[in-house]
Design a protein around this ligand. Sequence first.
Ligand code: AMP
Length: 399
Amino acid sequence: MSFLSLGLSEAISSTVAELGYSAPTAIQTKAIPVILSGRDLIAAAQTGTGKTASFVLPLLEKLSQQHSAANHKLRGKRVRVLILTPTRELAKQVESSISKYSESLKITSMAMYGGIDAAPQKQALIWGIDILVATPGRLLDMAHQRALHFDELEALVLDEADRMLDMGFIEDINKIIERLPNHRQNLLFSATISADVRALAKRTINNAVEISIANERTSQPKIDQWLVTVDKSNKSALLSYLITEHKWSQALIFIETKHGAAKLVSQLEKRGIAAESIHGGRTQAIREQILAEFSSGKITMLVSTGIAARGIDIGNLARVVNYDLPAQADEYIHRIGRTGRAGASGEAISLVSKDNFRELCAIESKLGHVITRKAFEAFPVKKLVPVSILNYVPKHKRK
Ligand code: AMP
């Protein structure tokens, strides 16, 4: 299968070939023809599967065809394609993919998010933008201020829809959708299609084609998942042991709270392991600097709260560690998707103490299998973690 045979032009196909994409991934093979045909789409696909290119490439194709066919001139303050993402990091990442993929085309794109001065963003909108990638809050602000109009919008993409709902963006999304023209193409991407995502899709999307590659691992090489049961008081010692004994070159370590993150960094440092942390309490500039240093390998151990890590795309991330298991099983799937991205293999390790048993049951039920357990002699466990019940239903979801 080639990008050309999916219906993409020579220009776009050769750009992706230059980026080293030798063949489309599973999601790309399924999504590109549907999007080119103009149909609505609901796609279950995790990060790491090549999902961004699966919607960006066909949208670029359609926009560039119109540009050359009709000499289409965009009016000021108008956008043709709107991509909504849950976080500024993801917005920037998606926009940077668009810039890469559209190198040979005359297509403009921009990322728009909160937390920074709105004036330059307003200025950039004055001449219109073909593809706008935005977080819901800032987008709505701009629309309220009449810095942006949607009457020329042709397509809406909801990227990581489950995450946007988890982060409480539903009202903003609904308000945005109310402002959009009725005739448009709708694309929804989500790691998991939960009942809430389905409800959102029902309101937004008509007659969509549904595709799922969530359980297909062909495009995503092996993620080696394992866990160690450990007494809570031994967690940081166990983590230090794993880092040192297994000579880990890099790890993204997830932890629940920002206080916990700071404490863990100092515990690691006491054992001679250099580490950094990112969490919602750090400024955007510092978070970006730390991420860049982690990406370049200058920082090797990065401790992060779940929220701060959203949208992180580090090519070839070797390993993620759940120092704390996430409260939601879907979040676990998201986290492990940060490693083993297209073209690389990765490892996902969880440190599980007895009080995490519920979360473990929910995660293993979601996966449909138990995670391999490894034990280390130096860390005998006093409070044993039982084997999970695989049809576990969280209390709030029981009928
Ligand atoms: P995503 O799932 O969109 O976060 O993409 C994950 C990674 O896969 C990104 O770093 C892309 O550059 C890369 N990628 C996307 N499509 C392909 C492809 N067809 N072949 C190889 N790598 C790809």
